[in-house]
Design a protein around this ligand. Structure first.
Ligand code: 6PG
Length: 219
């Protein structure tokens, strides 16, 4: 079960996954697809994360359409969030919730220049909500309603990967990974798996401001 990221960064990765040889390395019909967040727009709009993933990946590999669980961006945001939370509970098989129950195997995240991830934006009301699994919120930064997985679900994943590229992200990558200010200033800093692995996949430009680099293996 994977929760995919939207935005522009992962497009190239999805396209590579959809092409040989990588396309042959995944048992696609077994994969359950979720989204980490969605813009509250119809699924055929340019801004839709579902549309982006469908166009770059899902339309090119043999997925089981019944296992593609998109967030209904065309519905009223609060209703879309409620419905997605319900669907997630059914998929994870645990009414109790991720800490006690099932887990998402992989959550792929991006990073905004303001340190947001998924649709967890700085100063959002989500910060006062430790309970919800999925939440709808109007983002002044994005200028639109969003539906997002919440930290309690993301942090219960088996593996979380941030994929960040480009020099425009170098400063925020450093602030998130080598904080100098108050802890938790950036939403990406609340991403801390309770019992899973956290990886950052950075290109050279996005990693340029870091004082120390982990594994430099090319990916
Ligand atoms: C979205 C994403 C968002 C994204 C960051 C980075 O819906 O836009 O979920 O969190 O990952 O904003 O976006 P870019 O990859 O376009 O820089």
């Amino acid at each position: 079960m994977v929760a995919l990221s939207g935005g522009s960064t992962p497009k190239a990765m999805y396209a590579r996954l959809a092409a040989l040889p990588l396309a042959g390395s995944v048992d696609w019909p077994r994969v359950e697809f979720l989204w980490g967040d969605e813009r509250c727009v119809p699924p055929d709009r340019e801004a839709s994360n579902y549309r982006m993933v469908r166009a770059s990946l899902l339309d090119h590999v043999p997925v089981d359409r019944d296992r593609v669980h998109r967030i209904r961006g065309e519905d009223p945001p609060v209703e879309a969030a409620r419905a997605y939370g319900q669907e997630l509970r059914q998929l994870l098989g645990t009414p109790a919730g991720p800490p006690a129950g099932g887990r998402i195997d992989l959550v792929l995240l991006g990073l905004g220049e303001d340190g947001h991830t998924a649709s967890l934006f700085p100063g959002g009301e989500w910060m006062q909500d430790p309970v919800s699994w999925v939440r709808a919120e109007y983002s002044r930064t994005a200028g639109q309603w969003r539906v997002t997985l919440m930290p309690v679900v993301i942090n219960a994943a088996v593996e979380i990967i941030f994929l960040v590229t480009g020099k425009a992200k170098a400063a925020v990558v450093r602030q998130v990974l080598e904080p100098t200010g108050q802890p938790g200033r950036y939403p990406a800093q609340v991403i801390s798996p309770s019992a899973g692995r956290l990886k950052w996949l950075l290109d050279t430009e996005a990693a340029a401001a870091l004082s120390r680099i982990g594994d430099r293996s090319p990916f």
